[in-house]
Design a protein around this ligand. Structure first.
Ligand code: C6P
Length: 406
C-alpha cells in the first residue's frame, strides 16, 4: 500500500499555516510535533460533553471521564505491548518519569559506592536526575563513550558493567544525533548481571514499533507531545514487580488507600504513582493520538521516515561546508548539522524567514556539543507528515543562506 501522505497532511490543520507568507515547513518534530484533528477533537469533545474529575465521582460525567481516561491507559498498554495496565503510569513527560524512577527506585536501591551507567549521548533529563541522586547517595555516575559517528562503543559499555552497577539508563534514540542504540544487546548484557535497564524512549516512540516485552526493558519512558498528543502527559512503563516494590513518588489524593493522621496506606498500581488530579484531557488526547497512529501503522511511518532521512542525508552531503553531526549506521529521522562559519542560531532565524521551522541550540544535550566541540547545531527532525518536497525547500534555504553569508 502506498503511504497516504496527502491524507495524513490533511489531518494536521496547522500544516496549512503560512509563516512569513510562506507555506509552513515544520521540521522541529523532535522538540514537539503537531497534532492531528482527531487529537484536537478529543479535547474539544471532552470539554464540550464528557469532562469531570476522574476516579472520584459517581455522577455521569465523572464516570464518562474516568472511562475515557482508563481507556487511554489500555491503548498505551497495547501500543507498547505491556503485560498489564498496572504497568502504565501517567506522568507529565519523559523528564518527570526519569525523576520518578530516580526518586523512588533510585532512593530505595542505590547506595554509597553504587554505580549508574548512562551514555555520552544522553539528554539532560537522563543525566541530571541521576547526578542529583548520586550526590545525595554518594553513588557514582559512569558514562559509556561513543565514537565520532555518534555510535555507542559497546566493548567499553560492557566493560563498565560490574557488581556495583545498580542501573543502566540509556537513550533509545538520541535527540541530538539521531542514533538508535542497540538496546536489545544492551539489555541482554545488563540482565546477564541482574542489572535493570531504563530506556529513554522520548525520541524513539514516535518513529518505530516499541514492544517492551520483546525488548525486556525494566522501565521505558516517553512524552505524549512528541507522539502527536498534547503536552503535560507522558508515560512511565515499569515491570509490575519492580513498580510494586518501589515506594510512592508524591503523596496526595488518588494514591492512597486509607489516611489517618497517624499513618496512610497506599493504593495499588498504577494509582500509587499518580497523586493528585492527573492531566485528564491530555491523557485522553494521548489515547486519541495512539488510535490515529495505529490507523496508519508504525511500520509504515517508520518506512516513510527512513526514506525522508536517506533523502535528506543524500541532499545534505552535496552541500559544501555542511557537516552532519551524527552519522550512526542505525539512525532515526534527525539531521543535525553545522554550516561552516554560520552560527546555528543564524541558520534557524534565516530559515524561519522562509517558513522553515528547525531547532538551533544544544538540544538539552550539552555534553554531546562538548564532544563534537561545537556550541550548538542546527537540527531538522522529521515526522510522519513531512515530505521530500519539504526537504528540497530546506536544502534550497540552506544554499541561499550560504550564498548570503558568502
Ligand atoms: N527533547 C528536543 O528538542 P520532555 O521535555 O520531558 O518532554 O522530554 C525530555 C526528553 C528526554 N529525552 C530525550 C531523548 C529528549 O529528546 C527529550 C526532549 C526535546 O530534543 C526538547 S529539549
Amino acid at each position: 500500500m502506498t503511504y497516504p501522505i496527502e491524507k495524513i497532511r490533511a489531518d494536521f490543520p496547522i500544516l496549512n499555516e503560512k509563516i512569513r507568507n510562506k507555506p509552513l515547513v515544520y521540521l522541529d518534530n523532535a522538540a514537539s510535533c503537531q497534532k492531528p484533528q482527531v487529537v484536537i477533537d478529543s479535547l474539544v469533545n471532552l470539554y464540550s460533553h464528557d469532562y469531570a474529575n476522574v476516579h472520584r465521582g459517581v455522577h455521569t460525567l465523572s464516570v464518562r471521564s474516568t472511562d475515557l481516561f482508563e481507556a487511554a491507559r489500555e491503548k498505551v498498554k497495547s501500543f507498547i505491548n505491556a503485560k498489564s495496565e498496572k504497568e502504565i503510569i501517567f506522568v507529565r513527560g519523559a523528564t518527570d518519569a526519569v525523576n520518578l524512577v530516580a526518586q523512588t527506585y533510585g532512593k530505595a536501591n542505590i547506595h554509597a559506592g553504587d554505580e549508574i551507567i548512562i551514555t555520552a549521548m544522553e539528554h539532560h533529563s537522563n543525566i541530571v536526575p541521576w547526578q542529583m541522586l548520586c550526590e545525595e547517595k554518594g553513588a557514582i555516575l559512569k558514562v559509556a563513550p561513543m565514537n565520532l559517528a555518534g555510535e555507542l562503543l559497546m566493548p567499553e559499555f560492557e566493560a563498565l558493567l560490574n557488581a556495583k552497577t545498580k542501573l543502566v539508563s540509556i537513550v533509545h534514540m538520541s535527540n541530538a544525533l539521531g542514533t538508535i542504540n542497540p538496546v536489545e544487546k544492551i539489555i541482554e548484557l545488563a540482565h546477564a548481571q541482574n542489572i535493570p535497564v531504563l530506556l529513554d524512549g522520548a525520541q524513539a516512540i514516535p518513529h518505530m514499533v516499541v514492544d517492551v516485552q520483546a525488548l525486556d526493558c525494566d522501565f521505558y519512558v516517553f512524552s505524549g507531545h512528541k507522539l502527536y498528543a498534547p503536552t503535560g502527559v507522558g508515560v512511565l512503563y515499569g515491570k509490575q514487580a519492580l513498580l510494586e516494590a518501589m515506594p510512592p513518588y508524591q503523596g496526595g489524593g488518588d494514591m492512597i488507600r486509607t489516611v489517618t493522621f497517624e499513618k496512610s496506606t497506599y493504593a495499588g498500581l498504577p494509582h500509587k504513582f499518580e497523586a493528585g488530579t492527573p492531566s485528564i484531557a491530555e491523557v485522553i488526547g494521548l489515547g486519541a493520538a495512539i488510535g490515529y497512529l495505529n490507523s496508519i501503522g508504525m511500520e509504515a511511518i517508520a518506512a516513510h521516515e527512513a526514506e525522508l532521512l536517506a533523502y535528506a542525508t543524500e541532499q545534505a552531503l552535496k552541500i559544501d561546508g555542511l557537516k552532519i553531526i551524527g552519522e550512526a549506521k542505525e539512525k532515526g529521522g534527525i539531521l543535525s548539522f553545522t554550516l561552516h562559519r554560520i552560527h546555528p542560531h543564524d541558520i534557524g532565524t534565516m530559515l524561519d524567514s522562509l517558513g522553515i521551522a528547525i531547532r538551533a541550540g544544544h538540544h538539552c544535550a550539552m555534553p554531546v556539543m562538548d564532544f563534537y566541540k561545537v556550541p550548538a547545531t542546527a537540527r531538522a527532525s522529521f515526522a510522519m507528515y513531512n515530505t521530500k518536497a519539504e526537504i528540497d525547500v530546506l536544502m534550497s534555504g540552506i544554499r541561499n543562506l550560504i550564498e548570503m553569508f558568502g
